[in-house]
Design a protein around this ligand. Sequence first.
Ligand SMILES: *Cc1c(COP(=O)(O)O)cnc(C)c1O
Length: 443
Amino acid sequence: MGALRSLPSVDELSRHIDGVSREVAVRAARATLGEARTRVLAGSQASDDLAGEAQVRAAATFEPTLKEVINATGVILHTNLGRAPLPAAARDAVTRAAEGYSNLEYDLETGRRGSRQDHVESLAAELTGADAALVVNNGAAAVLVASAALAGRLELIVSRGQLIEIGDAFRIPSIVAQSGATLVEVGTTNRTHVEDYAAAMTESTGAILRVHQSNFRSLGFVEDVAIEDLCRLGAPVIDDLGSGVLAEHVAGTADEPSVRRSIEAGCAAVCCSGDKLLGGPQAGLVVGRREAIARCRAHPLARVVRIDKLSLAALEATLRLYLDPGAVTSQVPVLAMLTASDEALRARAEAIRSGLSADGAEVEIVETSAKVGGGALPLLELTGPACSVDPAPHGLDQLTRRLRSGAVPVVGRARERRLLLDPRTVADGQVAALVSAVSAALG
Ligand SMILES: *Cc1c(COP(=O)(O)O)cnc(C)c1O
């Protein structure tokens, strides 16, 4: 207990902290002493520089823990690194919406209350061919609202091949249970026929839910039912596309279902995510037939999973970019990265290599492949050049740890005990910061 008693008081320790207000100093001193006490009680030594520790803690008070990271993994939709980087127009829209007031729910023509949906509904409808649209907080919420509104208290028919888990606890059986609908499973894991659906339809059928196998594919003796055939059965069809593709002309996206095709097939509601291949903010889109969307909007869950104004601003700006099919690929970073030319990737790899070499690193350019990530295009291999860095004098694990703890953390890939830096997910404007972060971690 002597060691505990020898710790300074909060007041005493806080007096050694400079450059912050009294309250911030006291808060840092209290936290530092709390930690020191825990260490002593666990039988170890308290630090012999409590004042230094408290000073560092005080200085970090206003440092956000959510910060910029350079993604050198080559995985475009890296869920852990925040999925889609926003287009410039969307970033500007967020700033404007954040800075002041806006007509979020105010009709400037009549001076009456408006709907936040008005800013995106006609855009989403035009881009997909739908009658109407509802945007919510994320893709999972879109599926939940559509299921609850169209099949709540009734039966929702799903193929056994589509009872999937996407990740982070999004599992179709749990979502259906939460919607209040009763899950009716049809078919088998590998094969489901249109007759299986037809045989399951009764007066209690609320809807059929089709779910895209976003992050895996079944191969071999498999069969599922085309969306057009499902729609011909007569029950409302909810189509959960996951990523969903809005710009069908973008090379490489052909393996993901298009939203327009599902709308043309006659789906009641088609759901997709805002921050996967669409390349916008976290959001969920439900587009479809007028009366189905009206039911979704009127459901109490729609209010619970309402989209916030910053995401709405970013989504509107991103959707507007799709109105110009010739420009969208260069304006939406996700699409630009997906379609980056070998030439552009090679030039960026070379810029990274020469910067690191000038700082004394041993770097070579190799051919690699990466996945799109984010539960999209699981079969697509994005091949291209990458910088392969010798981690010496560190081991690879030590180097990656140093890279994570830098001022601007860098995440790369490991290959054959070397660090791979993939230029595809590094913006041109980040090359200098990447080079200095890697050089600092090596040095
Ligand atoms: C990703 C995905 C979702 C969830 O979308 P979020 O925007 O991540 O909430 C739902 N369904 C499918 C099929 C998905 O791929």
